[in-house]
Design a protein around this ligand. Structure first.
Ligand SMILES: [Zn+2]
Length: 233
């Protein structure tokens, strides 16, 4: 059976064992945002949480529950809908939530944290870096985004296109329905940025992407822990 790595699912004895063996925590962040007709609205946080869980299974550590708050740089919602479900929050609000969470995680005893957003607008990426830099304590914090990982398979950031569709398809196939999109690939897709998922996305590519990105994340986690141990000496 695969080990439980999600904070909220651990029994106290399991939490104690995992943090004692590896005092690393992943904090996955995303958004509630239009991701085309074919992907769930929470894709960014769900994807990031899944990637972090795979990293923790590979290299140790615990994964904080996904943070679904994204700042107001989002793709326009589908025009045909009466209720636009994009849910942006202010930068100040998200900064405060993340700083509070990091301080609490430090008090629990984590020595390293990876703060990573799957919502990859420039402003949210910068916010991850800023919050990480501002956190001055015994816990080392690294702020990043998934587009910086998975170089070995040429992974880049997109929006509900080849990569995001493939990754969610592998992690949570029930949250992807590519047949919601027109089958005729000459019909353009609304609010999708990157290579056409109808042609280029697959569960197999998603599996490879998850393997590569989670592998890179686990390595980053080990580096961060090593830095934190070094700083203590
Ligand atoms: Zn996204």
């Amino acid at each position: 059976m695969e080990p439980v790595v999600e904070y909220e699912k651990l029994l106290p004895s399991q939490f104690e064992k995992r943090i004692s063996e590896c005092s690393l925590v992943y904090v996955p962040v995303g958004s509630l945002e239009w991701h085309g007709e074919h992907l769930a609205l929470g894709n960014d946080a769900i994807k990031m949480h899944g990637l972090c869980c795979e990293a923790a299974r590979k290299g140790g550590g615990i994964v904080f529950p996904p943070v679904f708050y994204g700042i107001p740089y989002m793709v326009d919602y589908g025009k045909a809908y009466e209720h636009a479900a994009n849910l942006p929050v202010t930068e100040d609000f998200l900064r405060s939530v993340l700083s509070t969470v990091l301080s609490a995680l430090e008090r629990i005893g984590f020595r390293a944290a990876i703060l990573i957003t799957g919502h990859t607008c420039k402003q949210q990426i910068e916010l991850m870096r800023a919050v990480a830099e501002e956190h001055q304590g015994t816990m080392k914090v690294f702020g990043t985004n998934d587009a910086e990982l998975g170089d070995s398979i040429d992974h880049t950031s997109d929006h509900a296109a080849k990569w995001e569709t493939s990754i969610l398809w592998h992690l949570m196939p029930e949250l992807v329905d590519i047949y919601q999109q027109p089958r005729d690939t000459s019909v353009p897709l609304e609010g999708v940025g990157g290579e056409d998922p109808r042609i280029h996305a697959s569960r197999d590519l998603g599996r490879k992407a998850v393997e590569a990105i989670a592998g890179d994340l686990a390595i980053k986690g080990q580096e961060l822990l090593a830095q934190s141990e070094h700083a203590e000496q």
